[in-house]
Write a protein that binds this ligand. Structure first.
Ligand SMILES: N[C@@H](CCC(=O)N[C@@H](CS)C(=O)NCC(=O)O)C(=O)O
Length: 217
């Protein structure tokens, strides 16, 4: 049995979207980020510093999974594992596709996410008085080049890997979702904008987002 730890309003969304795409049944344990809880609420809510959760992921971050005893953290690695385990079109068809999907996951984590998270935080997620427009502007500047790279890759082949929708799209789209509060970035990368819209039109993504919306803030 697959267990996914982490509230929908977290990077657990990535694993839940993938599980929905694969039609996987899973147990959901809604571990909450500690920083979202008051000291009092933290005493009664399973969170990223609860001893039971630290036993699963000593890094104290969500998501984590337990798949019949295999415990994994790191959302993008979780998705690569689940796609490969269950096979089908989301998974790499051969070693070359596997290498490309790994490359794009590392690209998303290293080249994009440190900046896209700043766009999210400083344009949307933080309280207005805590937002720093300079931090957002620097992150937007840093994202122009990687978005250009992805735009070119989509121009060449129409998809990220293999000419079809794969786990590479889920991983990349979820990291880029954080940059949506900067629409100017996507105006300059129209293929990325169209590709992301197509990813977000998928029923499995919509089901994840609908459940996320139901989750209390
Ligand atoms: N690189 C990790 C990052 C995980 C991460 O930072 N998760 C956040 C939630 S989206 C978290 O657990 N924050 C709570 C905390 O650090 O206590 C991944 O992709 O899984």
């Amino acid at each position: 049995m697959l267990t996914i730890y982490g509230v929908y309003r977290s990077r657990a969304s990535r694993a839940i979207w993938l599980a929905n795409e694969l039609g996987l049944a899973f147990k959901h344990v809604p571990v909450m980020q500690l920083y979202r809880l008051s000291a009092e609420a933290a005493t009664r809510t399973r969170n990223t510093r609860s001893p039971e959760f630290l036993a699963v992921n000593p890094n104290g971050h969500i998501p984590a999974i337990d798949d019949d005893g295999l415990i994994l953290s790191e959302s993008l690695a979780i998705n690569l594992y689940l796609a490969k385990k269950h096979g089908g079109p989301l998974a790499p068809a051969d070693l070359a596709e596997d290498a490309l999907m790994t490359m794009w996951a590392l690209w998303a984590a290293i080249e994009v996410e440190p900046h896209s998270i700043q766009v999210l935080n400083h344009r949307l997620a933080k309280r207005p008085k805590e937002r720093d427009p300079e931090v957002a502007a620097a992150a937007i500047r840093a994202l122009r080049a990687p978005l250009g790279v992805l735009d070119e890759a989509l121009a060449r082949s129409g998809s990220i890997v293999g000419g079809r929708f794969t786990v590479a799209d889920i991983n990349t789209a979820e990291v880029l979702r954080y940059a949506l509060p900067a629409p100017e970035l996507f105006e300059a990368a129209p293929r990325v904008r169209a590709w992301l819209a197509a990813c977000h039109a998928r029923p499995a993504f919509k089901a994840m987002m609908a459940a996320r919306e139901m989750e209390p803030l």
